[in-house]
Write a protein that binds this ligand. Structure first.
Ligand code: IPT
Length: 264
């Protein structure tokens, strides 16, 4: 009895921590887990690697727009499949956090602190989660009659956050910055530190994910928490229910705010 996981780069914290939770939960249920990691191949090729290994059901943690996800579901034929990083309107089974609610909560927090100049350091444009986080950031700003102060762009890695932030320094700094994941926040904070910009006194920084490391940043990172352990477990449980022909509940999981020391 084997489950297949197609995943984004496991060198990234969030996919790695999700995969770890999936592995543990699958093994408790008596399933082997086979992992196919997408590198330079297509999503469909990654999924085909799993199908070739005769998995019984599939979990897809790859960023997909609705049409791509629906194609992949077709590819899987009658095998149960669940999507974890997909455009919410896709007509496929899903288990994921609401990106819109997370980004909105972050903006509400920054506005409540009195900030008007709010920037975004976003993830890669191809990632559906980055697209949705950006759209929600814009809408939440507009709801407060605020305009976007700046948009920087990274690739989810700490290095890309560092480089994007360096380009913005020293003088075009917003009062507050939403960073679309904690790893990029790590790099951005390093660049700010090098320029002697005090966090949170001179700039508030809020991250996204709450990976296991985020409480250990200096200062400890305020962030939008997606409980990655819970996500991994819920996705296995939903898939197992599907395999037993139970119609699983499909409400998006709710992210929450973790207030630490990088916003004021
Ligand atoms: C998403 C993370 O929030 C982000 O930090 C990055 O690791 C990305 O995954 C990689 O694909 S979480 C995803 C389930 C939307």
């Amino acid at each position: 009895r084997t489950l297949g996981l197609a995943t984004s780069d496991l060198a990234l914290m969030a996919p790695a921590q999700i995969a770890s939770a999936i592995q543990q939960r699958a093994s408790r249920a008596g399933y082997h887990l086979v992992i196919a990691m997408r590198s330079h191949n297509s999503a469909a090729e990654t999924v085909n690697e799993l199908l070739a290994q005769r998995v019984d059901a599939l979990m897809i943690n790859l960023p997909l727009v609705a049409a791509e996800a629906e194609q992949i579901q077709t590819l899987c034929g009658d095998k149960p499949v669940i999507f974890m990083d997909v455009e919410p309107q896709a007509k496929v089974p899903q288990c994921q956090y609401s990106n819109a609610r997370g980004a909105r909560a972050a903006v509400e927090h920054l506005v409540a602190l009195g900030h008007h100049q709010i920037g975004l350091l976003n993830g890669p444009q191809q990632a559906i989660s980055a697209q949705i986080r950006e759209a929600a950031w814009r809408e939440a700003l507009a709801a407060h009659q605020l305009t976007p102060f700046c948009i920087l762009q990274g690739d989810w890695s700490a290095q890309s956050g560092y480089q994007a932030m360096l380009q913005q320094l020293p003088d075009r700094l917003p009062q507050a910055l939403l960073v679309a994941n904690d790893q990029m926040a790590l790099g951005a904070m390093r660049a700010l530190h090098q320029h002697g910009v005090a966090i949170p006194e001179q700039i508030s920084v809020i991250g996204y994910d709450d990976t296991a490391e985020s409480a250990w940043y200096q200062p400890p990172l305020t962030t939008v928490r997606q409980d990655l352990q819970a996500l991994g477990e819920a996705s296995v449980e939903t898939l197992l229910a599907q395999m037993q022909d139970e119609a699983p509940p499909q409400r998006p999981l709710e992210p929450s705010l973790v207030l630490r020391e990088t916003t004021a």
